[in-house]
Design a protein around this ligand. Structure first.
Ligand code: ADP
Ligand code: ASP
Ligand code: MG
Length: 440
């Protein structure tokens, strides 16, 4: 059995849904198809939630009406038969009625998750009506019945597997299953989600849970590119990546994959393929245990990074000092991305955090604390970078105009990371594209 995940752009127009239906029926292998919300929908739902939480009910109503109008015109193009259109209309009415009711009740965090879940519920239900109209037999698997996270927001693969197995066994006559990406239930049983871009994570968790033959991520580009195509003009697709390389790129900002989406596939050794819905014949990127080739493969960048510098001439050399610092970050459940030390100072980076003030307050007894916001981590990812000749000289030569704030090298064979002020990000990615790949 395989998993095929289609992102927002891949289901964002009626003709794209038609294309998806062709791709999922192109071979006889049983499959679970994971869908995102139509492109733009989750952003709109975030805006609706924000408007409701800030008591801007008029604005929220306007946003809801605008989104509903979009769905009304979408379904008219999607299906032909009056009976299918009636079903699609009922689905749209049900979900927008729900949003309108939310306007009238007091806002809570749990309610905002309910709002966000409407996108994937709508896309899968409407796709199911389309498949039914076209005589494509399938079963709509409710993700809220099997996808779950624990009290630390971590998915529990064993319980996901047990529930999914049971559902699949109950419908063993089917070979095609459609389900929602992104949404899940939390430890309190409420509707929750796997964070923005989380449909990739859903797909990989499902692939791991059913030990799929492959996890295909279908999107709007022909695989992982060597650099961020949103920032740099000339980029090329990479044919093969190891799980480690893909995980580093996803974690350090390559938006094509959710940051956590690689570990389930890696742990259960499920190959991942990144493919282009708009260009299905393109090779895409294959991600397995094999790196395929040596040397630098790609660059990614992660914004919104804060550098925290702790200077202490008295305590730094004392053993136990780093533990005390790390305990502060652990207490506030804040992951550290980069760290560099000298005899008198330690620099740490974290992502923007609501806990920043509290963290700084608790670090103050250890020395002089400096906080620098608006930084970007640029990660150079590849295979055996520690033994790649000239990698550091090439990097520093290419980046001579850029004020590099921190460097992390040697922690992994697959990654060299640099911290730079975010204002230099575009220039850095462009210079590296030329310096490392000869692309301009
Ligand atoms: P989907 O909606 O299918 O999940 P996303 O928008 O989340 O699609 O991810 C695909 C986008 O990721 C591409 O359109 C591209 O702009 C962006 N992207 C960023 N970095 C990379 C990269 N290194 N390779 C490919 N795409 C990338
Ligand atoms: N629809 C969700 C989002 O926009 C999940 C996803 O697309 O992966 O973040
Ligand atoms: Mg995505």
């Amino acid at each position: 059995m395989k998993v095929m995940k289609f992102g927002g752009t891949s289901v964002g127009k009626p003709e794209r849904m038609r294309q998806v239906s062709q791709l999922i029926t192109a071979d006889a292998e049983s499959k679970i198809v994971v869908l995102s919300a139509l492109s733009g929908t989750t952003n709109a739902l975030v805006e609706i939630g924000n408007a409701i939480s800030s008591s801007q009910r008029e604005k929220a109503k306007e946003l809801i009406d605008k989104l509903e109008a979009h769905y009304q015109s979408f379904i008219v193009e999607l299906v032909k038969k009056p009976s299918s259109l009636a079903k699609a209309k009922a689905i749209v009415a049900e979900h927008f009625e729900f949003l309108t009711i939310i306007l009238k009740i007091s806002f809570s965090e749990a309610l905002s998750k309910d709002i966000l879940a409407q996108g994937e519920l709508l896309s899968t239900k409407l796709f199911s009506v389309f498949l039914e109209e076209n005589g494509i037999d399938h079963f709509l698997l409710p993700a809220l019945e099997f996808m779950s996270i624990d009290s630390h927001d971590e998915p529990q693969i064993n319980s996901i597997r047990n529930r999914l197995d049971m559902l699949l066994r109950q419908h063993s006559d089917k070979t095609l299953f459609i389900t929602q990406g992104y949404i899940c239930r939390n430890a309190r049983g409420e509707v929750d989600n796997l964070k923005r871009g989380g449909s990739d994570y859903s797909a990989s968790l499902i692939a791991a849970a059913i030990t799929a033959s492959v996890c295909e991520i279908w999107t709007d580009i022909d695989g992982m590119h060597n650099n961020d195509p949103r920032v740099v003009k000339k980029t090329v697709a990479i044919e093969q990546l190891s799980f480690e390389e893909a995980a580093e790129l996803a974690y350090f900002g390559a938006k094509i994959l959710h940051p956590a989406s690689i570990w389930p596939a890696q742990f259960y050794k499920i190959p991942v393929r990144l493919l282009n819905t708009m260009q299905p014949e393109a090779k895409g990127t294959l991600i397995t245990e094999e790196a395929g080739s040596e040397g630098v493969k790609a660059i990614a960048a992660k914004d919104g990074i804060i550098a925290i510098n702790i200077r202490s001439s008295r305590m730094l050399l004392a053993y136990g000092f780093l533990r005390k610092i790390f305990e502060v970050f652990e207490k506030y459940r804040t992951p550290i991305d980069m760290i560099t030390t000298s005899e008198v100072a330690v620099s740490i980076t974290i992502e923007s955090s609501a806990e920043l003030k509290a963290i700084v307050r608790e670090l103050e007894p250890f020395g002089t604390i400096e906080v620098e916001e608006n930084h970007t981590i640029v990660s150079i990812v590849g295979n055996n970078l520690n033994s790649t000749p000239d990698i550091l000289s090439k990097l520093f030569t290419a980046l001579s105009p850029v004020p590099i704030r921190m460097v992390s090298y040697g922690g992994s064979k697959h990654n060299v990371s640099l911290l730079i002020p975010s204002a230099y990000k575009t220039q850095t990615l462009q210079l590296l594209n030329k310096g490392l790949f000869g692309l301009e």
